[in-house]
Every structure is written in structure tokens, then in C-alpha cells.
Design a binder for this molecule. Structure first.
Ligand code: HEM
Length: 252
């Protein structure tokens, strides 16, 4: 007979997997920092170093914080739905602001250095990802945090929000890989060996980004780890359905 993990075993596995994902996410930020700080002259809002703000902010905002915002509903499973929704929104808001700083840095750097804008596949994917992220944020806010939206409207939008949340996260990681590839070609001269430490570091960064993406994707798509509504929330959601749609709780 197949061994089904008990609830406490399942929660233990969730804790370890989340911890692993955080180690990967923090390693992504640390390696980007080392790449830009040690090999590319550091981080500053002026000169050549202004570009370096871009990768660092993009991995913090569009990858690490975005991933953690997605994980909120799995990690804080004993908090009320309202708290997890607010936390999810706040982390996304931080991700959004940090991503804007990263984008302004690269556009300003291009303007000051007379470099054409938006010529690469990376920049096209980047703008598309950011624009879709913004739309997803506005729709999520309007449907889930704005009072007055009916129960059925929320329920029908929820699967779309979940699907696009994961799709955009994957797009974000793909965009970072394209950006890393471009930076490697622009900045690291090819030697005979091809194994210069900076190139190896950048390749490792790419692999870690993929590993972080897979770990977050695994956690959010695993059925047993889905957050179950607390008993009082079930009662509240019945009341909300009745209030917004007028039918009696016994009808559903
Ligand atoms: C989801 C994350 C990212 C987004 C949304 C994004 C977006 C963009 C955009 C829109 C530009 C064009 C700026 C302009 O035309 O003036 C750009 C440029 C650039 N980005 Fe990123 N980026 C991301 C992550 C990264 C990362 C991790 C790197 C790694 C080093 C990187 C490297 C570059 C490079 C080298 C350029 C200049 C060349 C070009 O315009 O394609 N980006 N990025």
C-alpha cells in the first residue's frame, strides 16, 4: 500500500523545502552582489556602476521578493486569509518599487552613455514581464483587496491570477537568464580556457536562478501543501457569498 505522509510529516517537508528555496534565493542575491561588487566595480548611481544597480535590483525585486510573495499563502497557513492577502500585496509592492529602481538605473545609464534603448530580446521580454506584472498587481488588488467585488467574480478570477502569477515568475527568471547572457558577452572577454572565474560565477548565478524558480514552483503547485481555509473563514465566506449574491447559505 502507498505510504501517505501524515499532516505533520507533510508540514515538516514543506518547512524544509521552503528553507531550501530561501537558501537558493539568498544565494542568488549574494552572487549577483559579488558579481557587480567585486568584478564590475561596485554599485553606484553614477558612471559605469549605475548599470550594476539594474541586475541587483531586478533579482531582488522580480525574482526573490516576487517568489516569496507567491509563497506567503503556503508559509503563513495558520494566519487569517486577510493577513496573508495583505502580506502578499505588501511584498509584491516592495518587489515593484525595487524593480522600478532597477529599470530607471538601466534606462538612465543608456541615456547618459548614448546607448539605444530596447534593442535586445532581453529588454523586450523585460518590459513585457514588468508590464504584465503591473497589470496582475492592479487586477489582484482590485479583485481581492477592494471591497464590493462579488464572491463569484473573485472565484472565477482566482485560477487566472494563480496561473499568471506562476507564468510571470517563470518569464521573470527567463528574462534574467537572457540578461546574464548578454552581460557575459558584453563584459567578459573570451580567453583560451573559457573558464574565467567571472564567467563561471555568472553561469552559476543562472543555474541558481533556475533552481530557485523550480523550488518555488514545486511548493506552490504541490496539492498537499495548499492552504486549507480556517473553520471561521469557511463560515465567513458563506456569509460573504450570501451578502454579495443574495442566495441563502443552504442553496450552495
Ligand atoms: C526580470 C528581470 C529583468 C528585467 C525586467 C530587465 C529589463 C531590462 C530592460 C527593459 C532593459 C532595457 C533598457 C533600455 O533599453 O534602456 C534591460 C537592459 C539590460 N539588462 Fe536587464 N532586466 C532584468 C534582469 C537583468 C539581469 C539579471 C541582468 C544580468 C546582468 C540584466 C542585464 C541587462 C543588460 C546587459 C542590459 C543592457 C542591454 C539591453 O538593453 O538589452 N538584466 N533590462
Amino acid at each position: 500500500m502507498e505510504d501517505v505522509p501524515t499532516r505533520s510529516q507533510a508540514m515538516g517537508q514543506l518547512t524544509w523545502t521552503v528553507a531550501g528555496s530561501q537558501v537558493l534565493g539568498l544565494a542568488v542575491i549574494a552572487i549577483t552582489g559579488v558579481w557587480m561588487g567585486h568584478y564590475r566595480g561596485g554599485i553606484s548611481w553614477s558612471g559605469m556602476q549605475q548599470f550594476n544597480v539594474h541586475p541587483l535590483c531586478m533579482v531582488i525585486g522580480m525574482v526573490f521578493l516576487y517568489g516569496d510573495a507567491v509563497l506567503v499563502h503556503r508559509v503563513f497557513r495558520n494566519e487569517t486569509k486577510r493577513i496573508t492577502k495583505i502580506l502578499h500585496g505588501v511584498i509584491h509592492c516592495m518587489a515593484f518599487i525595487i524593480a522600478i529602481v532597477g529599470l530607471v538605473a538601466v534606462f538612465e545609464f543608456h541615456r547618459k552613455s548614448n546607448i539605444t534603448d530596447m534593442y535586445s530580446l532581453h529588454s523586450w521580454c523585460g518590459i513585457a514581464t514588468f508590464a504584465l506584472f503591473f497589470i496582475q498587481w492592479i487586477l489582484g488588488f482590485s479583485f481581492f483587496l477592494f471591497p464590493g467585488v462579488t464572491f463569484s467574480l473573485r472565484s472565477s478570477y482566482k485560477p487566472l491570477h494563480g496561473f499568471f502569477g506562476i507564468a510571470l515568475f517563470a518569464l521573470s527568471i527567463g528574462t534574467c537568464l537572457l540578461g546574464i547572457l548578454e552581460k557575459i558577452f558584453f563584459s567578459i572577454p573570451m580567453t583560451n580556457t573559457g573558464y574565467e572565474p567571472e564567467r563561471v560565477l555568472a553561469n552559476v548565478l543562472g543555474l541558481l536562478l533556475v533552481a530557485f524558480g523550480i523550488s518555488v514552483g514545486y511548493i506552490v503547485t504541490k496539492e498537499e501543501w495548499r492552504r486549507q481555509p480556517l473553520p471561521e473563514e469557511q463560515a465567513l465566506s458563506m456569509d460573504f457569498k450570501t451578502l454579495t449574491e443574495g442566495d441563502s447559505p443552504s442553496d450552495s
